[in-house]
Design a protein around this ligand. Sequence first.
Ligand code: C2O
Ligand code: CU
Ligand code: CU
Length: 567
Amino acid sequence: MRSLFLTICLVAFAAFASTAQSYNQLWIPDTLSGTEFNLTIRDTFAQLVPGNQTITGGINGKFWGPTLFFNKGDVVHMNVLNKLNEATTLHWHGFHLPAVMDGGPHQVIPPGTLWQPYWEVTNNASTYWYHPHLHEETMAHITKGIGGLIIVRDAEEAALPLPRTYGVDDIPLALTDRDFNTQNQFVEVPYGDSMMVNGTLRAKTSVPAQVVRFRVLNGAIERSYNIGFSDNRSFYVICSDGGLLNAPVPLTRYLLHAGERVEILVNFSGQSGQLVDLKAFNSTLAQNVPGGDLFPNGPFANYLARKDFNMLHINVTAQTANAITAIPSALKTNVLLNAADANITRKLSIIDSMGVTNPPILGGVAFVINHKLFDINYNQYNVPLGNTEIWEIKSTSNFGHPFHIHDVEFNILSVNGVAPTAAQAGWKDVVFVPANQTVRFIARFEDYADALHPFMYHCHISLHEDEGMMGQFVVTSASATNEPETKPDFSIFPNPATDRIFVKMDDPEAAIYYLKIMDAVGRVKLMLPQPQLSGGVDISKFTPGTYFVQITEQATKKVLTQKFVKQ
Ligand code: C2O
Ligand code: CU
Ligand code: CU
């Protein structure tokens, strides 16, 4: 009898040991809060799989970065130090801020350079994120693991009975997938074979037996995740990209696309001891939804395509003190934008590039917005400050694309003529444009007119974005001192330069009234009224990096800007 008991115990232990071994404890990113944030981006390595370590990119750590807590109304100052051996950028996805602080493709941070953007947090309480955005390198830099979450708190959200103990009943889940080669190194491909949550493979976590909030980010290069639970339980969507919904929306599935965030509540009350898996129910995805296509071979072939797979193994444990045990019935009263107030409807197109041969596109097929591949010197739109605009995106692409715009949060008006579902009827900054459908959204462009620095709109599939599925707009105001960047009609040489630059107007009749040199975040370094330029401009004291020469033309007072690099 006794030996039988022992045998049962041993068998039970062996089963337990093998289960325990097949999961890794979910990593919860560290937190930073206050108003000054130090973020150091570096190449490093991490023990992600047994054997060789993986070369990764991290922010203040080995993979991914800290979760930043902002309070609405604070002015936050970022000290972003690029310790990579190459240039990058860091973009504050979802934030309403001056374009020059945005961290898009124009705010290049050279290696070794400290970039110090700052802005007032005006965004609603929600989950945002930060990630690199260097044109043609976004996929590479995100693949390394560079990025992190931002949680904004505000008074309205703080007054609600919602879970908010980070890592306990308020759990961040950054979803992505990666492909490893036989040396355990990341392969730069749009779809990975291995699911990762917060950089953890085969992640497991414990949650208390109460209402738990998950802040879910789709941080993948391309894949969408059709999230749900293995027991098909209901969860409650409380927050879309840019803020709380009016009321929790009960669902059993939510299809989350690249770049999107969603906050959900799950009630584990009375379920202590239960096990449940958070899964991607991707077997139901259509072929034209990212992750739904089966590629038998080639760079898109991947083990997770069109199948259901586990993302997080959840073990329900004892309730904590002061637990939230009920889902609130209401959250807030959103005042959404009204189509009748729009000043303009802008019509955008998404097409497949088959047949676009100039410039040739990676792999022969890419996707194009407004029939034009990204050009960093071309602004598609001038948006007058204060405009309320409808953006109507008509896709004739045979693939779906998550469309993202900088500067604003918007409200979806319709997807193929149909009003958005309750979970999508709030503030958004990414909207999925299904294959061959039309999406309309409305946004108001307030604050921060700056004709020199554009904002981006693009597909949030990093591969598509890098291939040129991106455009830009400037927000302008009549009272702004600068005007839209038109054609470059002066030149700087040499560029890159070390000691001295020469500035020459293309038109020999034109003269320079004023010349300023600004650094990458717009700080004026040099101001030269009516300059004598024959000897060039001394830049030998400048630290290496990207600078802007802004000139005001004598006769027209037209303001023109050119970029140069000091080595
Ligand atoms: Cu999350 Cu322009 O990007
Ligand atoms: Cu963004
Ligand atoms: Cu796309």
